[in-house]
Write a protein that binds this ligand. Structure first.
Ligand SMILES: C[C@H](O)CC(=O)SCCNC(=O)CCNC(=O)[C@H](O)C(C)(C)COP(=O)(O)OP(=O)(O)OC[C@H]1O[C@@H](n2cnc3c(N)ncnc32)[C@H](O)[C@@H]1OP(=O)(O)O
Ligand SMILES: NC(=O)c1ccc[n+]([C@@H]2O[C@H](COP(=O)([O-])OP(=O)(O)OC[C@H]3O[C@@H](n4cnc5c(N)ncnc54)[C@H](O)[C@@H]3O)[C@@H](O)[C@H]2O)c1
Length: 255
């Protein structure tokens, strides 16, 4: 579908990759809902994007929070044509640390936010989108999820994070197969190393070694490059049920 005059619900839309999607889609004539925990950055970006954007404080792991955010989106913009699931956290923890086995709580937290949060939004937004009047082609909407190259080449310390992203990879096809009957496409982008606040939060040794591992271009990805792919996925109906690595050919080393 064309993005102009369409509405997209962007989780994690207040920062990094999600914010880049919000800026590009708004500039392209779309309306964006910034569904994010961060009131300060979310409100600031909504002010920057003016009438094209609505910030709604949202916690993707909380069913009521997501339902309220989706309702606010419909109240404000009238409908919903797509979702870009960017909400997520990084994590770096060895399975056996210096003080013994890592905690179950930390593993569970990463799975909850990254995997279960993504699923929560897909199920609630998907039901709303399934009720849209279809385009001429029969399409009703597009859902784009964010995994990571860590789903495939996870490093030491990424058991929880890689599991959470591997789960997103795993659910892309079955949901695309189910949602085909509604004319809703489901895609996942697996970014490599992108220059965002999340990456800035990784341990310095990891960040240094990663930047040196990207074959070409030998640099961190720019959030606008992620946004360009997301926009293309929305516009290209033949992209469905697939995971696209966006990574400069990096295959991460064990550490
Ligand atoms: C985020 C997007 O989705 C894309 C990505 O996935 S980007 C990939 C991000 N990678 C990571 O997050 C790696 C996570 N893991 C780690 O940071 C570390 O393994 C850890 C903090 C969990 C444990 O680190 P630590 O306890 O220091 O491990 P340890 O085995 O003792 O380290 C040995 C040495 O290797 C270094 N090292 C550890 N992890 C490293 C890494 N990932 N890269 C480079 N060097 C590393 C340590 O600094 C240490 O050096 P030193 O002996 O000179 O102090
Ligand atoms: N930056 C990278 O190198 C990279 C690489 C691969 C995948 N990713 C993934 O891309 C996505 C976006 O990452 P980013 O780099 O833009 O990070 P970021 O930290 O800049 O943005 C993440 C946003 O998600 C929000 N968020 C976190 N938990 C939330 C929750 N429970 N509910 C709602 N919002 C929540 C944060 O407030 C933040 O605004 C994440 O899923 C991340 O795992 C990032």
């Amino acid at each position: 579908m064309q993005v102009e005059n369409k509405t997209f619900f962007i989780t994690g839309g207040a920062s990094g990759l999600g914010a880049a999607c919000a800026r590009l889609l708004a500039k392209s004539g779309a309306r964006v809902v910034l569904a994010d925990l961060n009131q300060e950055t979310g409100s600031a970006l909504a002010r920057e994007l003016a009438e094209a954007a609505l910030f709604v404080p949202t916690n993707v792991v909380d069913e009521q929070s997501v339902q309220q955010a989706l309702q606010a989106a419909r109240d404000h913009f009238g409908t919903l044509h797509g979702v870009i699931n960017c909400a997520g956290i990084g994590s770096a923890e060895k399975v056996i640390g210096k003080n013994g086995p890592s905690s179950l709580e930390s593993f569970t937290r990463v799975i909850n936010i990254n995997l279960i949060g993504t699923f929560n939004v897909i199920r609630l937004a998907g039901e709303i989108i399934s009720q849209n009047t279809p385009e001429e082609s029969g399409e009703r909407g597009v859902i784009i999820n964010t995994a990571s190259v860590a789903a495939f080449d996870g490093q030491i310390g990424q058991a929880a994070y890689s599991a959470s992203k591997g789960g997103i990879v795993g659910m892309t096809l079955p949901i695309a197969r189910e949602f085909a009957r509604y004319g809703i496409r489901v895609m996942t982008i697996a970014p490599g190393i992108f220059d965002t606040p999340l990456l800035a939060g990784l341990p310095e040794p990891a960040r240094i070694s990663l930047g040196q591992q990207v074959p070409f271009p030998p640099r961190l990805g720019r959030p606008d490059e992620y946004a360009a792919l997301a926009k293309h996925i929305i516009e290209n109906e033949m992209l469905n049920g697939e995971v696209i690595r966006l990574d400069g050919a990096i295959r991460m080393q064990p550490r």
